[in-house]
Design a protein around this ligand. Structure first.
Ligand SMILES: [Fe+2]
Length: 206
């Protein structure tokens, strides 16, 4: 999602999150969706989080060979990563991270959320879950923006068109190409594969 705060204001100032004893502890799907309903009014932002959640879950299952339980962790990180963005723009990331720590949830999920924007929150992505949320976040929003201006939305959308738009600075100008390149430099997959994966897995997200 778009971050508008100056970089230093959002720094979390630590790199340890949650408690190791809570590994594997997640909210139920209903609880997570309820939190989103309470915290996020903007439908577009809610959709963004459901899209990132779907892509994260699919990636865990299809590319990482993750178990259902681990894939749920990836999904929940995606679903909640921007939960505080609308209500607490000056403390974005800090509020949701502290909330999830209070609820004693999975430390890897909390770290994943804390590292979804290293430039802003000052937390380096460590696990593949961390690196992939960073990779998917901006690009997912970018691809959705591209879908919205196409009469057929996702239908018939191809990787080439997205690559072209990425090279057009005026298109979705708020999406940081620098962050996309930085995220890409941290993973062993080509941009084309990531774009194709996002198109394939977020098209059906309502
Ligand atoms: Fe986001």
């Amino acid at each position: 999602m778009i971050h508008t705060m100056s970089a230093s204001a959002l720094l979390l100032g630590r790199d340890q999150f949650g408690h190791p004893d809570n590994k594997g502890k997640l909210m139920s799907d209903q609880e997570a969706l309820r939190l989103l309903e309470e915290w996020v009014e903007n439908d577009r932002l809610r959709l963004h989080m459901r899209q990132v959640a779907a892509v994260m879950k699919a990636w865990a299952l299809e590319k990482e060979g993750a178990s259902e339980q681990v894939a749920r962790c990836w999904e929940q990180a995606g679903l909640l990563h921007d939960a505080d963005w609308e209500k607490y723009p000056d403390r974005h990331c800090r509020v949701i991270v502290e909330k999830l720590e209070q609820l004693e949830l999975d430390p890897d999920m909390i770290h994943c959320i804390a590292s979804h924007g290293p430039r802003y929150f000052g937390v380096e992505p460590v696990s593949s879950m961390d690196r992939m949320i960073y990779m998917f976040d901006e690009l997912s929003g970018f691809i959705h923006a591209a879908a919205l201006i196409r009469p057929t939305r996702y239908e018939g959308m191809d990787v080439k068109g997205i690559l072209k738009k990425l090279k057009t600075p005026s298109f979705a100008a708020q999406v940081s190409r620098e962050d996309i390149q930085d995220a890409l430099s941290r993973i062993p997959y080509p941009l084309e594969e990531i774009i194709a994966f996002i198109i394939g897995h977020q098209a059906g997200v309502q």
